[in-house]
Design a protein around this ligand. Structure first.
Ligand code: FES
Length: 356
């Protein structure tokens, strides 16, 4: 089960004008709990103006470096990201959840794979972790990165990526795509979208010879690239993606609006850490997670957007409908797993187990 611990900040590094990376000190006794896999994220929790705020940020370090570091890009109106960029200092402490996430594939030093990543803006964060881990752990594998930004000065981890190119010469190729700065070639000007992806596949790589694709950035970009790659007969199971959470998308919004009007009369039973508790769920708008919180239960959650998987549990009895699901694999849904932050009861009784 994911758990929060208070960790002291040991370094705050300015990466660009709008992004800092924050490294945490992990006490010896907690090291096993904070062992992570490349591409995973941490949920940070603190109180801002007396209110609890939680946000998830991807780890930008490799699991083979002895560092636990996340990158936090300042978003317009972003409470936590502004606080982190303007106020966080070495010596401060934050509540940090143990690492979560499935944005990775298993590494093996015997692999001779070609990995390709498409990242935009701070979408580079988990990709950097994956890229470093692949280069360190799989000496015969290659990595190609397409990285979209506005201008050269907004490229997060620019120097670090250049350093990796020199260190792993011949195994790492990086193509920067800039939307607000003229580049020598039109191919690398603009945004990474379906058209660009097709052009890259025509001129720079054969998608059939790529073993794994990793995509991270805004939803529209991720969907565009995924659709383009699948239209080129790339197997879906080789396309891994992580989305930015930009609030409820259209589909989820519509579903919530529809449910607002409904009243329901469901009884929910939850098991967590061996303890069971029950509560009624009466508003069509409430998810199981929200209703449990209203009833005073502390369930694990982070994004509340169907992305991070922290709230995953197994449905033991009854039926639910999920607003969105960006986190569970089809096999998990098949096996009865649900995202409680997205689930609404469809039957009068629903039994959910967080321990399964
Ligand atoms: S809290 Fe992130 S998927 Fe539910």
């Amino acid at each position: 089960m994911p758990k929060f611990h208070s960790l002291r900040i040991k370094e705050v590094r300015r990466e660009t004008d709008e992004c800092v990376s924050v490294a945490f000190e992990v006490p010896e006794g907690l090291k096993p709990e904070y062992r992570f896999i490349q591409g995973q994220h941490l949920t940070l929790k603190t109180k801002l103006d007396g209110e609890e705020v939680r946000r998830s940020y991807s780890i930008c370090a490799s699991p083979f470096d002895d560092t636990l570091r996340v990158a936090i890009k300042k978003l317009e109106g972003g409470r936590f990201s502004t606080f982190a960029n303007e106020k966080l200092q070495v010596g401060d402490s934050l509540e940090v959840m143990t690492p979560m996430g499935r944005f990775f594939t298993k590494l093996d030093p015997a692999n001779e794979k070609h990995y390709v990543a498409f990242a935009a803006g701070s979408g580079i964060t988990p990709i950097l972790s994956i890229m470093k881990a692949v280069l360190q752990r799989e000496p015969k594998s290659e990595f190609t990165l397409f990285y979209g930004n506005r201008r050269t000065d907004t490229i997060i981890f620019h120097e670090e990526i250049e350093g990796l190119k020199n260190q792993y010469m011949g195994r790492l190729s990086v193509f920067h795509v800039l939307s607000r700065e003229l580049q020598g070639s039109g191919l690398f000007s603009g945004r990474i979208d379906a058209e660009k992806c097709s052009a890259f596949c025509d001129m720079l790589l054969d998608p059939q010879e790529v073993d794994e694709f990793f995509l991270c950035g805004p939803e529209a970009m991720v969907h565009d690239i995924r659709d383009t790659l699948t239209s080129m007969a790339v197997d879906k199971s080789n396309i891994h993606f992580e989305l930015f959470i930009a609030g409820l998308n259209g589909k989820a919004q519509q579903k919530q609006e529809r449910k607002k009007a409904q009243s329901v009369n469901a009884h929910i039973q939850i098991t967590l850490d061996g303890n069971s508790f029950e509560f009624p769920l009466t508003s069509g708008q409430d998810t199981i997670l929200e209703a449990a919180q209203k009833a005073g239960a502390a369930l694990p959650f982070a994004c509340k957007g169907g992305v991070c998987c922290t709230c995953r549990a197994k449905l033991m009895e009854g039926e639910v409908e999920m607003d969105v699901n960006y986190a569970l694999e089809p096999e998990e849904v098949e096996a009865g797993y649900i995202l409680t932050c997205q689930s609404h009861p469809k039957t009068d009784r629903v039994v959910v187990d967080f321990d399964s």
